[in-house]
Design a protein. Structure first.
Length: 225
C-alpha cells in the first residue's frame, strides 16, 4: 500500500496494484531454516568484544557515581558555609571577635575555637552547703559545709573520747540514759568500792579470793543504797 500522497486525487486505494517482492535466493542443497555456521575464531572474537563492552559500561557507571558523590559533597560544603555566614550575621559578638574589635569585658576571647568558647561560658557547679553521707558531721565540724541534712551546725558537734564526731545533744542523752540505768548504777558502785578497798590492778568481783569477795559485798551494799 502506497503512502497517501502517492495516490492521485479521485482514485480509490483498491484500484492500485501492490507489487510483490521476489523470493530470497536460497542455494541448492541448503534448507530454508538452516543458518550459516560461524567459525571458532569469529565466536571468540565476538565474546571478547562483548566482555570489553561490558567492562567499559561498568567503568562508565563507576565514574558517573564518583562524579555524583563529589558533586553532592561540594553542595553540602557550600550549604555549610552559607549556614556559618548566616550565624555570623545573627551573632554580632562573633563578628566582633573575628574582626578583633571585641569589647574588653567580653567573655569571648580572640583566637579560640567555638568549642573552647562554649566551655568558657559554662559556669562551674557550685558546691553544696549541706553535708551528706557518713562524713557529713566531720565536714561540718571542719568548716567544709555549713550544716548536715538534719540541720546540725558546727556548734552542735564535737569529738568524743573515741575520736568520733557526734552530736552534743545526742551524746548527753546517751550518757544520761547510761548513768540512770541499772548497769550504770552497778558500774558506779563497783568504782566506789574499789576506791574504799584501795584495789590496784585487776581484781575480780566475787570469786574465790578474799579481796574479790569483799569487793563484791561492798559494791552490792553501795548499789542497794
Amino acid at each position: 500500500m502506497l503512502p497517501p500522497r502517492a495516490i492521485p486525487y479521485g482514485v480509490a486505494e483498491t484500484n492500485i496494484a501492490i507489487p510483490k517482492l521476489p523470493p530470497r535466493a536460497i542455494p541448492n542443497g541448503v534448507a530454508a531454516s538452516a543458518k550459516p555456521k560461524m567459525d571458532d575464531t569469529n565466536a571468540a572474537k565476538a565474546l571478547k568484544a562483548a566482555k570489553a563492552n561490558i567492562q567499559e559500561a561498568n567503568v562508565m557507571k563507576a565514574t558517573k557515581a564518583m562524579k555524583v558523590t563529589k558533586a553532592m559533597k561540594a553542595v553540602k560544603a557550600m550549604k555549610a558555609v552559607k549556614a556559618m555566614k548566616a550565624k555570623k550575621l545573627d551573632n554580632p559578638e562573633q563578628d566582633a571577635m573575628d574582626d578583633g574589635t571585641a569589647a574588653k569585658g567580653s567573655h569571648i576571647k580572640k583566637g579560640k575555637t567555638m568549642k573552647s568558647q562554649i566551655r568558657t561560658t559554662k559556669r562551674k557547679p557550685k558546691s553544696s552547703k549541706i553535708g551528706k553521707g557518713k562524713r557529713a558531721k566531720s565536714m561540718v565540724l571542719r568548716g567544709l559545709r555549713e550544716k548536715t541534712v538534719g540541720g546540725l551546725t558546727k556548734d552542735h558537734l564535737f569529738k568524743n573520747k573515741r575520736g568520733k564526731v557526734v552530736s552534743k545533744k545526742a551524746s548527753g542523752a546517751s550518757n544520761n540514759a547510761f548513768s540512770t540505768s541499772n548497769f550504770g548504777k552497778w558500774n558506779a558502785a563497783v568504782k566506789a568500792a574499789r576506791l574504799d578497798l584501795q584495789c590496784v590492778g585487776f581484781t575480780p568481783v566475787g570469786g574465790g579470793t578474799i579481796l574479790g569477795k569483799a569487793l563484791y559485798a561492798k559494791a552490792k551494799a553501795l548499789y542497794t543504797m
